[in-house]
Structure formats: structure tokens, C-alpha cells
Design a protein around this ligand. Sequence first.
Ligand code: NCD
Length: 390
Amino acid sequence: MSLAGRDLITMSDLSTDEIGSLMETAGHMAEAIGFDSPAAGQTFAPLDRILATCFFEPSTRTRLSFESAMLRLGGSVVGFADPKASSASKGETVADTARMVSGYADIMVIRHPSAGAARVAAHAASIPVINGGDGPHAHPTQTLTDLFCIQRKHGRLDGLTVGLYGDLKYGRTVHSLGTTMARLGSRCVCIAPEQLAMPDRYLDEMEEISGERPAQVNTLDEVLGELDVLYCTRVQAERFPSEEEYQKVAGVFVTDASVMERAPESMIVLHPLPRVDEVHPEIDEDPRACYFEQAGGGVPVRMALMSHLLGLEAPRSSFAGFGGKHETRSEPGRARPQAESETLPASAIGECTNDKCITRQERFLEGEWYKLPGDPPRYVCAFCEEALDG
Ligand code: NCD
């Protein structure tokens, strides 16, 4: 098996074995760069590979850790951090940008405010495309970073209880993490006020995978004592329909010293960052507060990912017979349809109604639906993966 030449758009693009293999390589990369003991860090030989960072939305950690990862690998970086400074501001499509970048770089990471934009880029590009966050949809490299930290702290990724806390509606990190933890054999509990609840599609997917629907509670204290991981998230102000709606939920959850007093000794606190007021700095020195270390792990994790996608590192092999761009693996219990599933054009059944979907923004993009088996069959948008009729 090889990840060489493939894209990473959602965590469903990776089998559980491939996730394990990436974690293993990330461990080697961490050692090589001296993640735990800087004095032991090595220098990598120059590498004739270029990463393009195409960021249509603000970013600090994702972009800088990707850049740092490529530079640490010995390669180079080109890119833009602001769509206003790219031809997107002149009306260029995501597809055209991605096609063009394929001529300038060997691998690209894209972040975009529309769900499904990274899928559009992957279809148009001839180089591996990595999703650095697409609207409220998915953020697979954050999940790999989260897994790396959880694995280091708890020594395993299965049999854990993970509290997903905060904005579970618009937060893309919890969508990718929740479904992945379910695949890996851990249990998620969703902690959010009703307006920010985890969308049904992800609860359905987690239930389909694990056979158990995640519990949903409104307050942290209902489940705090059971948690191995408390995964805090920011309220995604930029995705709210109005400032007024945002104000109703701003500042409603805060993890502070009083929460930590009631929390289990072995519970770690994670946050993809940036934080606004959901995690009080007064707990930063608590040994259970792991979010800065978590963010630091983004470098070895992204080094591992890019080396696999560029075919620089032979992954641990237990599968054979796949690889090559745009191929994806099927795994039982996964809700997202795979490459072989039947697709129908939007002209046959209608446009996607998700107002955050890239098909609503991108010119010359014909919508597409995956037909999921069942009676009656279900249809999901091939870009944002939202079901037909919500
Ligand atoms: C997250 C994102 O962009 O989704 N940040 C990140 O990549 N670490 C979380 C957020 O913006 O709240």
C-alpha cells in the first residue's frame, strides 16, 4: 500500500492502518527534529520538493506548521495567505488556481471558507492536495495532530472517552475528530448548547461506525468525571448567520481552574486553537493542559503526511493493490461513499442546498450527488457531503 500521489480531503480518505502508519512516521519525525529534546534534532538533506500553501481563510497554526514541516524536510514553500493577494480576488475559480499551482509545486494544501473546496481542488490538480480546512466541513490534518497528541498522552487511541465541547455545529475539527475516534474504537460525548449541537449527519456516521450513538449533553458537569480527553473548541463567529446569533452563545463555556478541580487527574485538555475565552489562561500550567504541545505536534505530523503523499517514506504495508491519485479506500461502516459508488449530476436531481457548499460559489462547477445504497437510497453532495434535503 502506498499513500504516494493521493489526496487527503477528509479522514475517510485514510484507512485505519494508514492512520496508524502516519502516527508511526510522525513519531520518527518527532524524534528526528528533536520534538522532545531539541539538542537531539537532526538536519535533513536538501529536498527537491515544493509545497504550495493556498490559504483563502485566516490561519496561523495550520499554515505555519505546514511551512515549517516542509522546510524541516529540506524542501521549499510557495503560497499565499490571503485570497485578496491571489487571483481569487480577480474572480479566478478554485479549480483554475489548483490546476495552475500543479505546475509550480509538488504538493499543495488549501484552506477555504466553502465546504468541498478542497475536493474541487483535488479534482483539478495533478499533484496531491491536502485539505487544510474547508468551511465547517472537515479538517483532517488537525485530526491527525489531535491523534498524535492523544496517543502520546494516553498511549492509545481506542477505549477512550472524548468530550467534544463547544461549537460542534460549525467547528470542522470536531467533525473530523469525532468520526475518526469512533472508527478507532473510542467513545465521543457531545457537549454543546442546542444551537451548537453536533449535526445529525456526523452523529449518524458515528453511530453507523461504532453501533452506538454519541450521548449529547448541554453541560460539561454531566460528563466531566468520565472523560479521558476534553476537546474544547472556539465558537466559529465567522460562520454564524448574524452577529446577533453569535452573541447568544458567545462566552457560554469556559474551562477554567474550577473545572480542572472537578476533572479527573488523568483527563487531558485539548483545543485546536486559536482560543478566545473558552480556555482560561489560568490553567495553562496545569500538566493536563496539552493544547500548546498538541499544536507543536502539527509539525512532525505534517512532515509525516507530506513524506507519505510525496512517496518519500515507505509506509508500513498490510494492504496491496491501491494507490494513485483520486483512489480512496472503502472501510465497513464508513458513511462517506467511495470512488466506485454511483454518482448523479445535479441536473438529474437538483442543486445542493447547503449555503456553505462550494457548488454555490464556484463558477463552471457542475454539482454531483453520490447515491448511497439503501431503501430508499440516500444522496449526498459529492463536495460538501450534505444529504439531499438537509
Ligand atoms: C481551527 C480551524 O481553523 O478550524 N484552527 C486550526 O486549524 N488549528 C479551529 C478554529 O479556527 O477554531
